[in-house]
Design a protein around this ligand. Structure first.
Ligand code: ADP
Ligand code: ASP
Ligand code: MG
Length: 406
């Protein structure tokens, strides 16, 4: 088999962890597999680099930020290649750019255009291991670019597609994908498999176990992802196209995202085109709007409320204040202490009353729902951030997802 292994920050977080990781690669080679590896920076390193730059200038040029943060992965790739060679496994480290990852020029959120992988395939066929830095590539002018936080997952799936691998093994610090984040709900249950469709919702609604774009890519090219632990040798969770559950539970899992802020523009004259006039400039500023609610208008005036990533809160408020004057709106208000909690599952298609049950559970806990949005396989609510844990715990247990006590 041809396999891509991806190791996250904790799996290369110390020399001991690098040794353990090299052993896993050696064992897989001994099974006759061809292996290419993608690594993240040692855990904490990317944050450390960003913090250093911020001490100098919180608005450092994006190109230089990419040049800086890409170095974290170079350290772990080289150290892992050194350890592999030390074990007798021929290995070669490559930066994303050297490996052939070509991207567009949007620093900090570059998109992969293609991977020139012939030399990597030749290594693999010769029994050698290419060790590639995740999270990065270079644009047409040779500038280093990065793919956004958590981007090594996407690098790994892109590499798996480029070398035509049978599976992409993503090694991390949990032994699978759980019905919710096991860090906040220890009773979460491990899923043996999950469809791309559900995993995509899970990831985009906040389960940071896989970067959303990696799931999108895997789904498009039908590459199975095996999410597993680098600490224990047990089977993890398969993310693939199969949906084998005969009788689906009402929901598959619960996700949350604290990275949210809410803004309201009040008393805008209700005329055709107001949504376009508000969201046009917001989109031009590259701010991703998520949940949107427009109130019924009264006396010709209406309110528009929407959520944005918390990082973009200040910029959104500034932009809306300008618009407020132009559009003769009354005022702009905002809150950057909100969060999103979602229930997800294809079972919703065949079970009625799932959303209602969610609202009942939250009402019983006295949690106020500020906004609601639904799709065919998810229901999302916006609430005060301080209620996240209570909401996730109570939904997880009300929908029968808590693992049986052993
Ligand atoms: P890595 O550094 O290996 O990429 P991450 O920290 O990005 O690791 O992802 C693993 C973490 O994702 C776990 O430690 C866990 O706390 C978190 N997580 C969030 N939601 C889930 C979930 N539904 N199942 C498993 N892990 C989850
Ligand atoms: N090191 C990068 C980050 O911390 C990329 C990754 O780990 O996937 O976001
Ligand atoms: Mg990650």
């Amino acid at each position: 088999m041809r396999v891509v292994h991806k190791y996250g920050g904790t799996s290369v977080g110390s020399l001991d962890r690098i040794r353990a990781t090299a052993k896993l690669i050696q064992e897989d080679m001994a099974r006759g597999n061809e292996v290419a590896v993608v690594v993240s920076a040692m855990s904490g390193e990317t944050n450390r680099l960003i913090a250093m730059a911020n001490e100098i200038d919180s608005k450092a040029p994006a190109r230089e930020m990419d040049a800086l943060v890409s170095t974290g992965e170079q350290v772990s790739a080289a150290l892992l290649a050194i350890e592999l060679n030390h074990l007798g496994v021929p290995a070669y480290s490559y930066s994303g750019s050297q490996a052939g990852f070509r991207t567009d020029s949007s620093h900090a959120r570059a998109r992969i255009k293609g991977v020139e992988s012939e030399h990597l395939i030749r290594h693999m066929q010769a029994g050698e291991v290419p060790v590639v830095t995740g999270f990065q590539g270079s644009d047409e002018h040779g500038n280093i670019t990065t793919l956004g936080r958590g981007g090594s997952d996407t690098s790994a799936v892109a590499l798996a597609i480029a070398v035509n691998a049978d599976v992409c093994n993503i090694y991390t610090d949990v032994n699978g994908i759980y019905t919710t984040d096991p860090r906040i709900v220890p009773q979460a249950s491990k899923l043996q498999e999950i469809s791309y469709e559900e995993m995509l919702e899970f990831a985009s609604l906040g389960a940071k176990v896989l970067q959303t774009r990696s799931v999108e890519l895997a789904m498009r090219f039908n590459i199975p992802i095996h999410l597993r632990s680098s600490f224990e040798g047990v089977a993890g969770t398969m993310v693939n196209g199969e949906d084998t559950g005969m009788e689906r539970a009402e929901i598959t899992g619960v996700a949350y995202n604290r990275d949210e802020a809410k803004v309201t523009i009040k008393g805008i004259p209700d005329q055709p085109g107001i949504a376009a006039r508000i969201f046009g400039p917001v989109a031009d500023a590259d701010i991703n709007v998520d949940v949107i609610v427009q109130n019924v208008s009264e006396h010709g005036l209406t309110d528009m409320t929407f959520t944005v990533p918390r990082n973009d809160y200040a910029a959104t408020m500034a932009l809306l204040e300008g618009l407020c004057t132009q559009m003769k709106a009354e005022k702009v208000t905002g809150d950057d202490t909100v969060a999103k909690v979602s229930i997800i599952g294809v079972g919703m298609r065949s079970h009625a009353g799932v959303a209602r049950k969610m609202f009942d559970v939250l009402a019983n806990e006295n949690i106020n729902i500020q906004m609601i949005t639904t799709s065919e396989i998810k229901v999302t609510v916006v609430l005060e951030e301080k209620y996240v844990e209570l909401a996730v715990h109570s939904l997880h247990s009300a929908f029968g997802l808590d693992a049986e006590e052993e």
